[in-house]
Structure formats: structure tokens, C-alpha cells
Design a protein around this ligand. Sequence first.
Ligand code: FES
Length: 193
Amino acid sequence: MPASPSVQPPASPKPALGEPRRGFFAKAAAVVLGGLVVVCPFLAGLAAFLDPLNRKVARGAYMRVTPFDALADDGTPRRFPVIAARRDAWNKYPPEPVGAVFMRRVKTAERVEVFNVICPHLGCSVSFNGPRDIFQCPCHTSAFELDGAVISGPSPRGLDTLEFEIRDANGVEEVWVRFENFYTGRADKEPKE
Ligand code: FES
């Protein structure tokens, strides 16, 4: 009997000459792109951190809020916006409100009291109830004395006081406030980063 022809498996295709080189370049490009994805945000963040203008509006910066004479003599609190020029790594924004404070004159050596308007319970804005001379939160009815102490409601601490300085501006006394926000829902007063 004649021998049947053996069936040979199909020869595997030989890689074209350029393929190993293309694979190398593709891997190298992936490594470079991956590196850029990590490094670029890091460099942008570093530049923003080192920029002196950014540090001016960083947490705890003093900001001009009002002339001292704008405060009522009788100690009635008044609400003021806190305005700051914000800037990130790419853009400089026009001045805009970054928060708000209640401020009032007091007959002590410190002369004024300043509170952040944010309720320490869950972060709503408190308002001043003139007829009752207290601060009230509209969200869960926390109430606070004129000095910020809790009267009633779920707030775990009194209103957050803020540091201030009285500065002279060509004969006009101005109140500058070291503006900060604080974590809500806890008894201790911890500044937010
Ligand atoms: S947020 Fe003010 S009482 Fe809840």
C-alpha cells in the first residue's frame, strides 16, 4: 500500500521584522504616559502649594472684614461676608465670598466677638433672632447665646469663635479675621484642612 501523506500542522506565522520594535516602542510609550499621569498632578499641586498668593488665602489667613465703626454700639451682632481672591494652579479668580461671620462689639478689652456662621451640628447657616437676642439654626433648631454658648438643640458645641486683629488703615480701624471652617458633628473644635 502506498504510504498516506502525513498531515503537517500549519506553520506558525513568522513575526514580521518590524513587530518586536513596535512592541518595544508601545511599552516605552505606555511607561512614559503613565509617568506623566502621576507626575503632572503632583507638580501642579506642588506649584500651587509654593505660590505665595495661594498661601495668602490658605486656611487661617487674616482677611479684612469691616471697619470697626460699622459695628453697632449696643452689641447687636451683624453678619458679614468674608471675601477673598482665590487662585488655583492655573487660574486667578476675582474676589468672592469664601464664608461669613457674625461680629459684635463687646465691652471688654478684646472689643469684638467673631463667630463663623456655620452651625457646629451639621453645617447649616445660623441666623440672628433680634427680638430674642439669640442665634438660631433653621435646620434642627439649635439655639445659641449671644456669646455663642449652646442654649438648646443637638449642636455638640457652641458657635465657633474666630481670631481677629484690629488694624489701622490711614486712621480708620479695621477688623481683620483669621477665617477658618471647622468640622461639624463633634464636640471638639477641629479646623478643616
Ligand atoms: S445643622 Fe444646625 S442644628 Fe442641625
